[in-house]
Design a protein. Structure first.
Length: 161
């Protein structure tokens, strides 16, 4: 008998809470009735050209796909480069990326994440199983990071001139 009383009390408490929430939402909706949704217009000039003839990561990835031959489906590198470009711009604004060790570490990490995105995309979209972390990947990440650090140094010198 006590159990039935507790169940009924809980049911009534939940029902009361839902009714109070409903009344509060109705009140908010009545207050916001005068507010209009924003109007969006199509910009026929979008996307605007990038300054200094820059290329997007997606464009470079699609170019790389087109030059890779029939073994790489078109768009695979474009997807990976777009994701890495987004991550690099998001992280680069929060970390000190001027130090060569930080550049080395970030380049290695981004190379590994790039390869992981390609692998996951191949597994999901193409059902092509492959191993994720191998010695070949580690060596490739290290070489890529070393070359990247020297390229960053050269680009820094050009930027300062």
């Amino acid at each position: 008998m006590k159990r039935n009383f507790y169940v009924l009390a809980m049911f009534l408490a939940v029902l009361a809470a839902l009714e109070i929430g409903s009344l509060k939402l109705e009140k908010r909706a009545a207050e916001a009735a005068g507010v209009e949704a924003p109007m969006f217009e199509v910009d026929p000039m979008w996307p605007k050209p990038l300054p200094n003839h820059w290329l997007l990561g997606m464009t470079i990835g699609l170019l790389q796909d087109s030059l890779s031959g029939p073994t790489v489906p078109l768009g695979l590198y474009g997807i990976a480069k777009t994701i890495i470009g987004y991550l690099a711009s998001s992280i680069g604004g929060r970390l000190d990326t001027e130090h060569p060790i930080a550049r080395f570490a970030l380049t290695m990490v981004f190379f590994c994440v790039h390869q992981a995105v390609i692998l996951v995309t191949r597994r999901i979209l193409l059902a092509q199983p492959d191993t994720l972390f191998t010695l070949h990947l580690a060596i490739g990440a290290g070489v890529n990071a070393i070359v990247g650090v020297f390229l960053f140094m050269a680009l820094d010198k050009l930027r300062k001139n």
